[in-house]
Design a protein around this ligand. Structure first.
Ligand SMILES: Cc1cc2nc3c(=O)[nH]c(=O)nc-3n(C[C@H](O)[C@H](O)[C@H](O)COP(=O)(O)OP(=O)(O)OC[C@H]3O[C@@H](n4cnc5c(N)ncnc54)[C@H](O)[C@@H]3O)c2cc1C
Length: 380
């Protein structure tokens, strides 16, 4: 790219939202703009296991790792297993997605991915932006900012979902049912945190075993490591090797939209703009829907828009749920267990993936364990 050329779109950050956007730009054959993605990491690695429910796993064929139709919740000695004929819970390794998009970019001269560049400063001039990174200066007509920023979340209600997962290869076959995802296994809580194991059996000898904590303050990797190590003692009679690890602290909260108003061709998306579901920490599908919608707009009108969520009832319920869980973590295992016990599987999934109808919302409200909910609401 020549010095001082004004780029049509500079994308700040090159993670899920940025690459999902570019993926759709390529798929929709949008060729009349130039794009530069600025990413601070030196290289991509398998840092995230993206899972979500879909009725159409075919569209992810090229990057799909595994899928399941059954998933379970476990609290004390009680097991609740949900199965669906229409939806599958699918697992995509982040590295498969990154490599898939990067290989598509490599044949597109109008898209450049700059690695190992930290965005340091952004300055608005009358008709363009000047973006200074640790290595270069770029001029852009439009900026799409995807750099997560925890300061954009409202302070209350707010929780972190902290977790450490090990992908483990066992010498002997595992006891887990490999056709089932253990979504919330061994749910427990105290006054400060709600915690459980998230277990994805990948094959007869391999699982992703994550210890997950919902709490007001984030847990460091080192502190979860101790808890995870204790949990893994259940496998003492089966020799194993940790082949990959995954640590995360996902913000679960409400975005302060005032700080993120589209102006002068500056746009926001991803975690930064509220694409992470406050009640669950899932974000991949929200990002895909936005990327699809905004690239349609780009193709038709030559413009993009920030991520937004106009689902009023969903936002209200997420907010309520988060408020109750964050202030009453001790009741969380009970609430999650009985909520999933009382609800029809497909309604639960549609709610989780942001596709709930009005009747689904009624069923969601009806499925909440009422006495605990009312007690929590009165208390807060
Ligand atoms: C470990 C983990 C597992 C998850 N699993 C799931 C899941 O199973 N299902 C689901 O639906 N959601 C999941 N999520 C939530 C969500 O889907 C992901 O966090 C997703 O990656 C969010 O995309 P993003 O683009 O907002 O952020 P990211 O993917 O984190 O991308 C932001 C990028 O910006 C870059 N960046 C930041 N600052 C700068 C800077 N100054 N200069 C240049 N680059 C910068 C970062 O390096 C990063 O690459 C998970 C999250 C985590 C952390």
């Amino acid at each position: 790219m020549k010095k001082n050329k004004i780029i049509d779109f500079v994308v700040l950050g090159g993670g899920c939202a940025a690459l999902s956007f570019i993926n759709k730009v390529i798929d929709k054959k949008i060729k009349n703009f130039s794009f530069v993605i600025i990413e601070k990491r030196k290289k991509y690695y398998d840092d995230k296991s993206w899972c979500f429910w879909t009725e159409d796993k075919k569209q992810y064929d090229k990057i799909l790792e595994k899928s399941w139709r059954s998933f379970s919740f476990n609290f004390k000695d009680k097991n609740n297993i949900l199965t669906s004929n229409s939806f599958e819970y699918i697992y995509i390794r982040s590295i498969s997605f990154y490599n898939f998009v990067i290989s598509k970019i490599s044949s597109k001269p109008f898209i450049e991915l700059k690695l190992n560049e930290d965005v340091i400063n952004i300055k608005f001039h009358k008709s363009y932006y000047q973006i200074t990174t640790s290595r270069a200066v770029y001029l852009a007509k439009n900026v799409l900012d995807t750099r997560p920023n925890i300061d954009n979340f409202k302070k209350n209600p707010f929780m972190y979902q902290s977790f450490l997962g090990y992908e483990i290869k066992f010498k002997k076959q595992i006891d887990f049912n490999i056709n089932n995802v253990y979504l919330m296994h061994n749910m427990k809580a105290d006054n400060k945190k709600f915690f459980f194991d998230y277990i994805l059996p990948i094959n007869k000898n391999t699982v992703l075993f994550e210890h997950t904590i919902f709490s007001k303050n984030a847990f460091s990797e080192a502190s979860i490591k101790k808890m995870l190590t204790r949990r893994l003692k259940i496998f003492n009679n089966n020799e194993f090797k940790v082949i990959r690890k995954e640590y995360g602290k996902i913000p679960m909260g409400i975005i302060n939209k005032k700080a993120l108003i589209d102006k002068n061709n500056y746009f926001f998306t991803g975690t930064l703009a509220g694409a992470i579901r406050p009640s669950s920490g899932y974000g991949f599908l929200n990002i895909q829907s936005w990327a699809d919608q905004t690239t349609n707009k780009l193709k038709e009108e030559g413009k993009i828009n920030s991520y937004f969520n106009n689902k009023v009832i969903e936002k209200y319920l997420d907010n309520l749920f988060l408020k109750i869980i964050s202030n009453n973590s001790i009741y969380a295992p009970y609430i999650f267990y009985y909520f999933t016990k009382n609800i029809i599987t497909e309604t639960f999934i549609r709610f989780m993936i942001g596709n709930a109808s009005f009747f689904d919302f009624i069923k969601v409200i009806y499925a909440m364990p009422k006495r605990v909910f009312i007690r929590c609401l009165i208390k807060n």
